[in-house]
Ligand binder design. Sequence first.
Ligand SMILES: Nc1nc2c(c(=O)[nH]1)N[C@H]1C(S)=C(S)[C@@H](COP(=O)(O)O)O[C@H]1N2
Ligand SMILES: [Mo]
Length: 517
Amino acid sequence: MTSTRGAWSLAGILAGAAGLATSYLTANLLSIRESPVVAVAEDVIRLTPGPVAEAAIDLLGHRDKAVLVAGILVVVTVLFAVVGHLARRSWWAPVLILTALALAAATAVLLPQGTANATDALPVLAGFVTWLVALSLLAAPLRTADAATESTVPGEPAAAMPESSRRGFLIGAGAVAGTVAVAGVLGRFVGAGRREVERIRGLLRLPGVSAPQVPPRAIIGAEGISPWLTSATDFYRIDTAIAIPVVNPSDWRLRIQGLVDREIELTFDELNAFEKTEAWVTLNCVSNPVGGDLIGNAWWSGVRVATLLADAGVQPGADAVLQTSEDGWTCGTPLEALTDDRDAMLAVAMNGKPLPIEHGFPVRTIVPGLYGYVSATKWVVDLEVTRFADIQAYWTEKGWAERGPVKLASRIDVPDSGAEVAAGEVAVAGVAWAQHTGISAVEVAVDGGAWQRADLADPGTIDTWVQWRAVVDLEPGEHRIVVRATDAEGLVQTDVERDVLPDGATGRHGIDLSVSG
Ligand SMILES: Nc1nc2c(c(=O)[nH]1)N[C@H]1C(S)=C(S)[C@@H](COP(=O)(O)O)O[C@H]1N2
Ligand SMILES: [Mo]
């Protein structure tokens, strides 16, 4: 036993706490909904089997999450002490444990497909770097002390820690503890803005917003198919924002300007005084590869853009609207798509609730039939009526097409590609979409054979995806199943494979199955 033993564990705990604090601060600086520790807790809750979760809620009431977070903190504190203890003899063991912890946290943060974004992993990175820096800072004086006391004869009482090392360690420990306190308090302070806006959002009652009612015939009843209504949590998220715009509805203004007779400025209340329109609209990203999941379907409520543009009085010669978001992102939308009968809207609600902050709270644009990058401005604050010839927007500047009508596409959801299934009749199901044109048929073919018609659900609108289901007869062996859709104008989905750049992928989605006899 030497006198530094407890100090090593303390070093581990302090360094660990510093990493948690900087990750918390970073999450709040970037307005990320949750710190990594809370993300882990939420995933644990999400992945907990129903009966277990119910028992926990019975036992703990609504404190279940707080208790879970506390439990996670206890576990990691023990781990941090172990890390400190191991750091005495080895550099790689602590690095290994901390890396594993960071990877687990990053996975937890990125796991909820819909709401997560690659930048959401930045807090974990900040925490990881802090762990390593703080641990090496605290280890240096302890290592010197250990070297000085190592010559101690076994059995004799340990030599005291040399005064200089002791001072070095205390200064380091003070600095690290200070970091914990400052980052924690600062994180709480900068996080207050988002908490306040979340609170306001939770209390908002928006006139003319109704709860989603899935049209009964929109559901084909195939097991494992993506739900027709995408929940806000599962809805894909794409934006260029590093720090998510957090907009208080009472500060929000929309300006309509450019080639108009009268400029208009609206507050959130003024916007909500207009009559609402509500619709099911499937939104998808131009970057969605064939078979990909950057697509979701929701019930949107908002105010028709056409009404507002008519109030402003669009001048002749205009063919575009340059939309700008609170964070400066821009897109150019064809004027026609905003004024024709497709009911493009300034949406204030998604699935019957005020927009989630990640999906554009308090107001975003939704235009059926266009990819998100040319239409679906989140946190929208400005509409400039203009001409395509006179503008550049965020993505068009980077080589993406000026116009972005969605392309006819279809996807197989079940079975998974690579699955093993039993020979005989196999149900194949998925979704097909051609927003604002509509789907008239979906067909599947096995191993390049004859096309076979799938059954189609009927969502009752041409602006959403359509579920389909087919039953194919499979012999034992390896098989490939491919899908193709036909739109309501008779266009058959092409088999020409195109990359997502510049205006959306084309090609047909296929899956490979191993069929056992
Ligand atoms: N302010 C802002 N709005 C934006 C974007 C963005 O980067 N910033 N990305 C667009 C893109 S490319 C898509 S596909 C949709 C995605 O909307 P979602 O994140 O709600 O699914 O938002 C669009 N609106
Ligand atoms: Mo996108």
